[in-house]
Write a protein that binds this ligand. Sequence first.
Ligand code: ZN
Length: 280
Amino acid sequence: MTVAAAKGLACVCGGEPFAPLFTYASPPPGEPRYAFALGAYRREVWRCQRCGHCRAVHDLDASALYSGDYVNTAYAGDGILRAYDRIMALPPSQSDNAGRVARVVAWAERLPLPPGRARTILDVGSGLCVFLSRMKAAGWACTALDPDARAVTHAREVVGVDAIQGAFLDVSGLGRFDLIAFNKVLEHVQEPAAMLIKAAKHLAPRGGLYVEVPDGEMAARAGAQREEFFIDHWHVFSAASLTLLASRAGYAIQALERLQEPSGKYTLRALLVSISEEAR
Ligand SMILES: [Zn+2]
């Protein structure tokens, strides 16, 4: 989203009342130094005055971020395998993933899935694949999807799950799953609604989506330096905007939770079911 385009920015709530919230002339402390943002640094975060949804506004070209730069930068210190081992070794009280897996397993019980077979899950943007490692241990049949070849090889060879390389909007022949997970993914894409709309085509009957996004309402109260507003997030959500986005993409929110995770992240997480499916 460029500065010029931001003037007429439409929100997921349908309104156009965006206004500047934060301005950055240098990276906030702790922000990864992605290659695309190493030049002149200037960006803003704008917030919808109606629903609280936040959007990144800058002229930087981040289009190649997830085909290499993201993994290069995010795991530069120790590489995928050591980052995976380090997070897998965290005690449950310090692990965002432990809480996530517990919540997914509990919420999946609310879906009227047929008994007597293993549950299937697709994790979009699987990254280190810590989440699917634990879901596999919980008895689920797991498929990882990631645009980075190293993340896919790691998922297949280290974690031992099915894995596909690609961007979710581009890949075909994915099949259908009881649950599709978007763990901290929708904030990284320009058009999150398109992701949710495509996901409906890959849901098994009576399946659902598990969605986690940064919580901009709580983070904004803590200030501009919060990681929820880092440069790789095009969108930062509110409880209202996540609900409205889901609705516009054809889903109802079956469960919604707001929390601060052990890592300190402010997070919204939700279970979404297809509206057409609900009407049956
Ligand atoms: Zn709005």
